[in-house]
Design a protein around this ligand. Structure first.
Ligand code: ADP
Ligand code: XUL
Length: 528
């Protein structure tokens, strides 16, 4: 008999390029972690970066659904080889790329409920998908369908006020609509539609799992306030969609016991629970232990801001999703394309490709940069929609270049974070006494950059020792769903708690609040 102290949780991460699984203990320490990389471990599917780009339409980016099933077979085998004791796993949950969709063929749920434990999943589910290649979040084929969704409710603003986002091509509603018009026969043969996250839960549950609120809010179909599908929007996308999607459930809902297939094949405990899976961004919010008052700033290839919101505003550029820890709350997500690659380009040009030199030059200039402002959009930016280099002096006069490398370096970093602050505030984020920033991603190891972040937002910056926050988030979901405790009482272990790295200088707000206003004025002149 398993005692409480021995209980473990299995968290899976079905992302674009790989499937990962981690077994964690109650303190969320990783006991075992295994990975299946689609391109290298499953070469027979001929994916590149986990996806297939259509030869005839470069915007069509899909992934073979059965490849994901086979990846789970392989991952389970790897966990056996790693001597995981499946009988100790109290609950399983997962996270997955957002927006992607899976089309179950008529009769698939019956097959799922009657799997033979002596065979692999992928051989038994080979004919269970009416659309064999799932559209992924990278697909952008649905311009027309997006306009139809916006048109159905009275425009992009109205759609954003209902669903949390204006129509985006990767969002699932328009993807379903395209399948309905382009492949009507396959659509007719579709018994149910899952998101990648609820598809993953379905494999463990032995029946088609419901979609959770957070991932449902990445579909352009759900009213994020009452958590119900919007019938007008469903009708735009296809017939009987409510039947195919079924009712969404709160994130971290315990969906039931693991299927007999997993009991018999791997020796799971018969009481092992399957907890609703979610999208990678909501799961990251859980994995980072993000609470009210926190703003997470991921400084990766692109920069992404996550924030916990109680009262969201309607925004046209940015996403409001249902919060996975608190059904009354929301989370916002803002993506900026020009992040680390732009910083790197400026470093290469002005600091001999050295971060040390870059930091030295950055630190040699004063906060506020003598009033100089620089905005660098190497590729067309999302927020704001703009491209090119834009430099200004204190009087607002446009300059073609700055007089020194150090001014350009500070201008680039300040310009980025002033922009991040402006859009965070526009989406409803209020910087208050208790506001804290959690920095993640590649550039979060750079203290000089984090100091600018801290000064511009006027709040302390923390970093955290979590490598894959979405996967840890999935393990947390399993723990939350198993214990039945709501997000509020969910305790995050001390070892994983964020550590303070920078605090703002006292006069920083006197300098930067007016600069945010200046940037706002500048954006009115440079929007492309
Ligand atoms: P991804 O978003 O692709 O997962 P990462 O979060 O790993 O990317 O971030 C990669 C980026 O981190 C690189 O492009 C690099 O510019 C940046 N980076 C790495 N080290 C530093 C550093 N010391 N200072 C600033 N940026 C850094
Ligand atoms: C979010 C988005 C991506 C995917 C990546 O809107 O499209 O972050 O979730 O997996």
């Amino acid at each position: 008999m398993t005692t409480e102290s021995e209980v473990t949780f299995l968290g899976l991460d079905l992302s674009t390029q790989q499937l990962k699984g981690a077994v964690v203990n109650e303190k969320l320490e990783i006991i075992c972690e295994e990975t299946v990389i689609f391109d290298t471990h499953l070469p027979e599917f001929r994916t590149n970066g986990g996806v297939i780009i259509s030869k005839t339409n470069p915007h069509e980016i899909t992934a073979p659904t059965i490849m994901w099933v086979k990846a789970l077979d392989l991952l389970m085998d790897k966990l056996i080889v790693a001597s995981v004791d499946f009988s100790k796993i109290a609950a399983v949950s997962g996270t997955a790329q957002q927006h992607g969709s899976v089309y179950w063929q008529n009769g698939a749920e019956k097959t799922l409920g009657n799997l033979d434990p002596s065979n692999f999943l992928h051989t038994q589910l080979a004919t269970s998908f009416s659309i064999p290649n799932s559209p992924t979040w990278m697909d952008s084929t649905t311009k027309i369908e997006c306009r139809c969704l916006e048109g159905a409710v009275g425009g992009p603003e109205k759609l954003a006020s209902i669903t949390g986002s204006r129509a985006y091509e990767r969002f699932t509603g328009s993807q379903i609509a395209r399948i309905n018009t382009h492949r009507p026969d396959a659509f007719k043969n579709t018994e149910r539609i899952s998101l990648v996250s609820s598809f993953l839960a379905s494999l463990f549950l032995g029946k088609i799992a419901p979609i959770d609120y957070s991932d449902a809010s990445g579909m352009n179909l759900m009213d994020i306030k009452n958590k119900k599908w919007d019938q007008k929007l469903l009708d735009v996308c296809g017939p009987n969609l409510a039947e195919k999607l079924k009712v969404p459930v709160p994130s971290c809902t315990c969906l039931g016991n693991i299927s007999p297939y997993f009991l018999e094949r791997y020796g799971f405990n018969k009481d092992c629970k399957v907890v609703a899976c979610s999208g990678d961004n909501p799961s990251s919010l859980i994995g980072m232990g993000l609470e009210k008052d926190w703003l997470a700033v991921s400084l990766g290839t692109s920069d992404t801001l996550f924030l916990w919101l109680s009262d969201p505003k309607t925004v046209l550029n940015g996403h409001i999703l249902c919060n996975p820890l608190d059904p009354e709350a929301y989370m916002a997500m803002l993506c900026f394309k020009n992040g680390s690659l732009t910083r790197e380009r400026i470093r290469n040009k002005h600091a001999d490709k050295s971060w040390d030199k870059f930091d030295e030059l950055l630190e040699s200039t004063p906060r506020g940069n003598f009033g100089y402002i620089g905005l660098y959009f190497d590729v067309e930016e999302i927020l704001p929609v703009a491209i090119g280099e834009h430099r200004y002096n204190k009087e607002g006069k446009k300059l073609s270049k700055f007089s020194s490398s150090e001014i350009e370096i500070r201008a680039a970093i300040e310009g980025q974070f002033l922009t991040r602050r402006l859009f965070a505030e526009d989406i409803g984020f209020q910087i208050g006494e208790g506001t804290k920033i959690l920095a993640t991603g590649g550039a979060s190891k750079n203290k000089a950059i984090l100091q600018v972040l801290s000064d511009i937002f006027g709040c302390p910056v923390y970093i955290q020792d979590v490598v894959n926050s979405a996967m840890i988030g999935a393990a947390c979901q399993a723990k939350i769903g198993y214990s039945g405790k709501s997000g509020d009482v969910f305790s995050y272990p001390n070892e994983l708690r964020p550590k303070l790295v920078c605090e703002p200088y006292k006069n920083s707000q006197d300098i930067y609040v007016p600069m945010v206003k200046r940037i706002r004025e500048i954006f009115k002149t440079i929007n492309s």
